[in-house]
Design a protein around this ligand. Sequence first.
Ligand code: PHE
Length: 449
Amino acid sequence: MKDNRTQFATRLGVIATTVGSAVGLGNIWRFPYEAGVHGGGAFLIIDLFFIFIIGVPVVCAEFIIGRHTGSNIRGAFRALAPGKPWGLVSYIGLAASVLILSFYSVVAGWTMHYTVKSAGGFTARMTADALHAQFDTFASSDVLPVVWTLVFLAVNYFILSRGVRKGIERMSNILMPMLFVILLLFTVNSLTMPGAAEGMRFLFMPDFSAITPSVVLGAMGQAFFSLSLGLGCLITYSSYFKRDTPLLRTSLITAGLDTLVAILAGIIIFPAVFTFGQEPAAGPKLVFEVLPSIFANMSGGAVWSTLFFLLLFLASLTSTISMAEITIAYFEEEFGMSRKTATALSIGIAMTLGMLCALSFGALDGIKIFGMTLFDLFDYTSSNILLPVGGMIISVFVGWVLDRSVVKGELTAGGGRITAMGVRCVVFCLRWLAPVCIGLVFLYGLGVV
Ligand code: PHE
């Protein structure tokens, strides 16, 4: 590890930044819409399996690589397997981070737009259908969504160019706890709605007959996406961890809080979906079409709505800075660019692709590749293909190739208080369980098994 490299200052900072990366639109926007499309309860169960049985060990694998090498993703594999092709997985990670940052910023732009509109009290006295239509008109227009995407990415530039400790860590420490509190408030509110029972049934009662290859593939993609896993984001962040950060515990806390937020989001959304007679399978627009109806029916709705979208925007920000950090660290360390130039380049690429994604709900919605708009294509390819493939390679690498003493040393460092049995379990998952399960899901998805 290079001595002069930045590190996160405190233990809280490590948790807040890692959880900050994991918790974001993936939990509050993507989880409800994917669960809605894929039948609710059955999706949730498979998602939980992938998060805890496959996800947690692979998170540990990324942490081991990152902290041990203290390097960007390309440099990390060069240090651990010089001259071997393992480093090619870095390019999967770089590609995924660019694709995700592009479409994610569009949705984050929507949250900014809704924050501003909420402050103006737009939900007052409107029916659910009118609010629904209003979102459609906004998302398919040519100018506003593009402008907000660019504004959102500009904010990212501002924070990221200030560096790791001052920019990323300080912001996450304040925002993440606030988000939890407000989500709890909304959860209680949703549980008192007339559609609460139906919503809960949809989310928690698995209908196993609903399980199809696309449900399993979707749940695996969601688990990786939500944990920021498989693209080297956690390798990059853990390269800023101190030697005494306990890796297994950090990965469990991250997975636990990440899951909690997704489930809370589901408990907030689905009762409202059924109360207002909306369609759970509405796709990416679901949350934005349903949430305003909740606010319109609450006293002080404008204030709640402003607060909610503001926090959602901020939660997106703590995630996008972690995505962008992958390419920034790469450009800085591999090409000797300054922090500012590396940031400008990463954000510039995302701005270009992000504009196309923003327009794919309107002007460009006729452009379909494999039957998907650009936005859907970026989302689907990165989450359902690139992240699991990246995760599989990372887990095989740490399970089979990396020296066992490195794996053990990293897992037990810093009073990690993990038993020999614990280390063996993680290694077993990395060697067998994760690669075999991911492989099977792909074969199943392709209709081979
Ligand atoms: N995990 C983030 C979320 O759920 C998204 C993300 C994906 C962040 C990949 C970083 C890398 O919102």
